[in-house]
Design a protein around this ligand. Structure first.
Ligand code: PLP
Length: 385
């Protein structure tokens, strides 16, 4: 079956017991068992895959996990409290004294900060390789336990050659994890490029309505064994309510992504024509340096993307942001409403090469009519002389 059919069918096994289209929402802390033998047996099952105690999930959690696993061809899926909880669980599972983690430059800011603070203090060495590295082999060490990538990079939207990176890591038997939030399962299939562990912040496009925090990790049972243990020990549990909402969001992911892509391209192309706009960083644009890699590895792009404003004062920049009417000002993306955000929060800045005067703005293009969005941007751009 095609992905658009699967999105409507998967993860509804327990709906049969409720005689409904959507599966029931089952909330629990305590899970009750009939007999001691049942209780004992349940506690010998894998955590996050079986009914034990609320922290291990309920049928609602398993419905979503099974749907995501089937959708992406993964053996198993773990739902976590947030995207960041999913990321830190995967990193922690591969970290420890004497181990070395290799990440690409420009990964999501909190991912980098977690490595440089929490993991470094546990004795893990962490290095970052340039996104355009021809070959990552020189960056690998004998003790490298994980290569972690994010494509495109957060904020500056640089593309990576995922296939090449995976091949180099696998020559040394090193697993590769990828943050695939931007691509979504509709437009990006990292496992087909060689990625072993795929991570999504389901708070973004998968849920799609800006009202849930949730993370998902996908991969083989073997590759996720360590991550599953870490999730269990840290109590990185996803609430059934959020799993239920994300499963509902999944039903419309295909149609939403098509519209996000169509509108993001309209707005990005319009921005390219504006004199106050220096450049637009969006791999789906033919003019983007990452376009060829994007075409090769992705089947679409819903955004978000970033653009650089002409040099202007902080006052003019604030006037531009504040003049926007249809774009909300806030962190996050992937919902039905458009958002605009200054794209380089200085405390998260990883790339020292970015000029200080560069006024980067990250846009998430929602489901509004793109001509209304362009009109809104046009009136706000008047604030930038
Ligand atoms: C938002 C985001 C995350 C973090 O996910 P949360 O659910 O917000 O914790 C991770 N990676 C990328 C690329 C993101 O945009």
């Amino acid at each position: 079956m095609h992905i658009h059919t699967l999105l409507t069918q998967l993860g509804r096994d327990t709906a049969r017991t409720a005689q409904s289209i959507n599966p029931p929402l089952v909330r629990a802390s305590t899970v009750l068992f009939e007999r001691l033998a049942d209780y004992k047996q349940a506690h010998h099952q894998r955590q996050f895959d079986s009914l034990q105690y609320g922290r291990s999930g309920t049928s609602t959690t398993f419905d979503l996990q099974r749907a995501m696993a089937a959708l992406t061809g993964a053996e198993t899926c773990l739902a976590t409290a947030s995207g960041l909880a999913a990321i830190t669980a995967v990193l922690t599972a591969h970290a420890g004294p004497g181990k070395h983690l290799l990440l690409n430059e420009g990964v999501y800011g909190p991912t980098r900060i977690f490595c440089e603070t929490e993991l470094a203090s546990l004795g893990t060495a962490v290095d970052f390789f340039p996104n355009d590295a021809e070959d990552i082999t020189p960056y690998l060490r004998d003790n490298t336990s994980l290569v972690y990538i994010e494509a495109p990079t957060s904020l500056t939207m640089e593309m990576l050659d995922v296939r090449k990176i995976c091949a180099a890591a696998h020559r040394r038997d090193i697993p590769v994890a990828a943050d695939a939030t931007w691509g979504t399962p509709v437009f990006f299939k990292p496992q087909e490029l060689g990625v072993d562990i795929t991570i999504h912040s389901a708070a973004k496009f998968i849920n799609g309505h800006s009202d849930v925090m949730l993370g998902l990790v996908l991969g083989s049972e073997k590759n996720l064994a360590g991550t599953r243990r870490v999730c269990g020990r840290y109590g990185a549990h996803a609430a059934p309510d959020t799993c239920w909402l994300a499963l509902r969001g999944l039903r419309t992911l295909g149609v939403r992504m098509a519209r996000h892509q169509e509108s993001a391209l309209v707005v990005a192309r319009w921005l390219l024509q504006q004199q106050q706009v220096k450049r637009v960083m969006f791999p789906a644009l033919e003019s983007d340096p990452g376009h060829a890699l994007w075409r090769d590895q992705f089947s679409g792009a819903g955004g978000p993307f970033t653009f650089e404003l002409a040099t202007c004062s902080e006052t003019a920049f604030a006037a531009f942001i504040d003049a926007l009417q249809l774009f909300g000002l806030g962190t996050g993306w992937g919902g039905f409403e458009s958002l605009a955000l200054p794209a380089v929060p200085y405390h998260l800045r990883a790339l020292s090469t970015l000029p200080d005067e560069g006024r980067l703005v990250r846009l998430h293009i929602g489901l509004e009519d793109p001509s209304d969005l362009c009109e809104d941007l046009a009136q706000a751009l008047k604030m930038v002389k």
